[in-house]
Write a protein that binds this ligand. Structure first.
Ligand SMILES: *Cc1c(COP(=O)(O)O)cnc(C)c1O
Length: 217
């Protein structure tokens, strides 16, 4: 199926209330442009250098999302343009994003990454640590960031009951915080293999790569 057909298939499956982040990491600017011409405006990348170079070469009305693990010393390269940073999991990183956002006269939206899977390879904060971080006084002092919600990566399994449990827990956590904080609006969960289930479990932002662009090498 073509990139265009894939995008419209996903859109009709998840509906208009769910944002689709087209994960374009390792994919060419030609492929991104095809999706762009079809109307796709949100693209996700996980490497700073690749992201900066694509941002430089492609249309300026693209909303670029950083979905990968972000190193503090690289925040400065994306701070001028990044629309949303998905994988924030520590206060030092938040402070650096705040500092660089300030330099650029911007307020940058961030999602706190929660470790919803027990797999060792996954990043993120535990629910407890995320709670204390969000309730800490340090956060409220960071005027150039906005905590817009949460992001989670489920286990790499086809076992629906495991995925469902992980997604539902994160959705409960999200709803709990949303009650008291009007800035908390985004729940980023679901990838090519599990986005339909993720949306059923409350996700309103999915990150889909291989399902749109084909498998990566
Ligand atoms: C690569 C990646 C995706 C997309 O994965 P697919 O399985 O290709 O859809 C989503 N989220 C994150 C954080 C990723 O690194």
């Amino acid at each position: 199926m073509s990139i265009e057909k894939k995008i419209s298939q996903i859109q009709s499956q998840v509906g208009s209330k769910v944002s689709l982040v087209a994960v374009s990491k390792t994919k060419s600017e030609i492929e991104i442009t095809r999706a762009y011409k079809f109307g796709q405006r949100i693209f996700g990348e996980n490497k700073v250098q690749e992201l900066v170079s694509k941002q430089n070469n492609l249309p300026k009305d693209i909303n670029w999302h950083m979905i990968g693990h972000l190193q503090r010393n690289k925040v400065k390269y994306i701070a001028p343009f990044i629309k949303l940073i998905h994988g924030v999991d520590n206060l030092k990183l938040l402070k650096e994003i705040n500092k660089q956002a300030k330099k650029n006269n911007r307020k940058i939206d961030c999602l706190i990454q929660i470790k919803i899977s027990s797999e060792e390879s996954k990043f993120g904060l535990t629910y407890n640590d995320a709670s204390s971080l969000l309730k800490s006084e340090f956060i409220s002092e960071l005027e150039n960031i906005n905590i817009a919600g949460f992001m989670g990566m489920a286990s790499n399994t086809s076992e629906q009951s495991i995925l469902k449990k992980e997604f539902n827990l994160l959705n409960d956590f999200f709803n709990e915080f949303k009650k008291n904080d009007k800035n908390i609006k985004t729940l980023s969960m679901g990838m090519s293999n599990d986005y339909i289930l993720a949306v059923d479990c409350g996700s309103n932002m999915i990150r889909v790569g291989s399902n749109i662009f084909g498998s990566r090498n």
